[in-house]
Ligand binder design. Sequence first.
Ligand SMILES: Nc1ncnc2c1ncn2[C@@H]1O[C@H](COP(=O)(O)OP(=O)(O)OP(=O)(O)O)[C@@H](O)[C@H]1O
Length: 705
Amino acid sequence: MNGADIERAMANFARATGKPLAPQWNAELREVELAEGVDALPGMVAALGWEPARRVSGRPRPDQFPLLAHDPGSGWAVVQQWDDSESMALVGERASLPYHEDLHFFTIDLPDPLSSDADRAISVFWRAIKRRKQPLIMAGIATVFANLLTLATSLYSMQLYDRVIPLASFDTLFVLTAGVAFALTLDLCLRSLRAILIEREAQDIDAEVSEFFFARAQAIRLDARPPGIGTMAAQLRGQEQIRQVLSSGSLFMLADLPFALLFIAVIAMIGGKLALVPIISLPLAIIFAMILSRIIRKGTDRAQVSGNRKNGMLVEALDATETVKANRGGWFMMGRWNRLVREIHHYEDPVKRASAVASSLFSTLQQAAYVAIMGWGAYLAANGQITTGALLACSIIAGRINGPLVAQLPNLIVQWGYARSSLQALDGILKLPLDPATSAGALRPDTLSGAYAIRDAVFAYPATQRPAAEIETLQISPGEKIAVVGGIGSGKSTLLKLLSGLYSPQHGTVLLGGLDLGQVAEDVARRHIGYVAQDARLVNGTLRDNLAMGLGDVGDEDIMEVARSTRLDTMIAARSEGLALQIQEGGRGLSGGQRSLVGIHRLLLARPDIWLLDEPTSSLDQATETAALQAIDDALADDNIMVMVTHKLQLLPRFTRVIAMANGKIVRDGPTQDVLRELLPPRPGGARSSPEGTVTTSRAGGKIS
Ligand SMILES: Nc1ncnc2c1ncn2[C@@H]1O[C@H](COP(=O)(O)OP(=O)(O)OP(=O)(O)O)[C@@H](O)[C@H]1O
């Protein structure tokens, strides 16, 4: 019974429950010493920061499986179901576990950042807030206390005017002041505690919510992603705005609203008819607030949309600086930028005007309520209907009703207007379809290999009418090495993405080993299907990070061994930082050829069952290309499938079969020799010319020239 034992059981449990664990999920366990036996589980769960495991007592019922089981004799395992009345089938092992009294069973909610039954963004925030009861309770207590304190200070003033001053009763003054001082100190402590707690929890909520949206954005199906990446990034950042509004002190002011009724009742008790002033002014403020929120709604929505587009344009302009500069496109971009800025101002202007007018209106309302209380109160006091102290107390309490709450309403409404627009944008992102890994019914086979079978597959990019790929039928058997050729825009890359499962056809099916790729869990598909994109992009980090990304424990020796075969070692040796070479966003810092080589290198480290390469050698020199292709050939197992898109005719003899595409359709498909015979014009004297040059297929009939 050691750490590895329980880790293996946990991996089996994850498999059985259909929730993938992160690649390095157990990295933090290396630092901790797990207890022996059944006590290992709580330690492990605590170290990983997961929800505690729940014990299942007695004989497990059929609906409780799968369960983690601990047997004092054989250690940890995962039980799947009852085999018979006395033994249970184990997950990942062929044996069964006999039931006995010393077995302990547990279940655990594995973390899944994407799990949410919420289809509205606001539910994600509420779920995170509701999970943290402590600050909410504290905020509630502090609110109650702050409001009671208002009553205490106003009654204190009343006593001073009515009892202490007329009678010079200093003992009463001392006792009252001590009482109020104590209440003030308590209030200070509670408020500070509330602020600290809210700030701490706000960070946790922020982490939870941003993890959810980040994971969600990453899990969106590639073929469903909106084209404006910068715009989408701005929409995702809108969550910060929402979080700020939700955790801002001004929102807690709303909790004061019910106390307004209590205050009005107290004013009625001590000031009689004076209660009419807040009875009129408070609803008036609320009606003004509702009107303001209606007026600004359209403006905030449109300003937010334009703001997000502006962010998208900024990202695009910075990303494409080279092209923009080289083509003297600076003025063109500047024109677009200025138009967007003007558009935002155009939409924001009415919001600003309405909020400025509302602020003045609210401030006038406050002053008017004060004057009404004091003026009418003075009249009542002069007539002896209320005391001077009662008048003062009423003015303090009425100030509390109309004061902070009403003063902050316009600002809060504008903030909420923008937050609401951000929520709408996030709702839109939540509606985008996800990779199959997230659905409970995703297939999780142990291996994903065998033959490909595409039938009547039609794929069109979003917002385009014409299909980019229409494949009536395509069979690929294990062991085949296929080249895909065709003119630009003929659908080669799209076919490769369909084979990778990154794109799903809108009609028809892509089967691999008899399984519909659209139903296979994303992590399983990525483990078995290797794909090098045409535009191999790298991410910010070291060269080592980029080479070993998603591959778990890959050592430097493995990396260097592969590097020797691809000639990447020459580049690594030429840089003093070696594998620690810092790569900037998008792979800046490496040449185009070096970036391609990193993509090929990654695949060689991953050793998938299916190798899909989109023009991987188009930017390599001849010697490096030969070395890289040889390394791939050497790494391919007999039953592996390789499909490579290429424009280079001279590479075709390396493949067993060639598929030629035109207009999204397969127009030639056959053994390399047969297709080459059709491609190459016969030389004078009967011999065929050597395969050189690039391959293009004309639109009509797919003739290759
Ligand atoms: N993201 C996209 N959105 C809309 N249309 C697209 C998108 N990507 C490609 N297309 C269109 O789909 C068709 C097929 O594109 P694809 O990238 O598969 O061609 P290709 O044969 O790989 O071309 P190339 O040899 O130039 O790389 C083209 O007409 C292209 O304009």
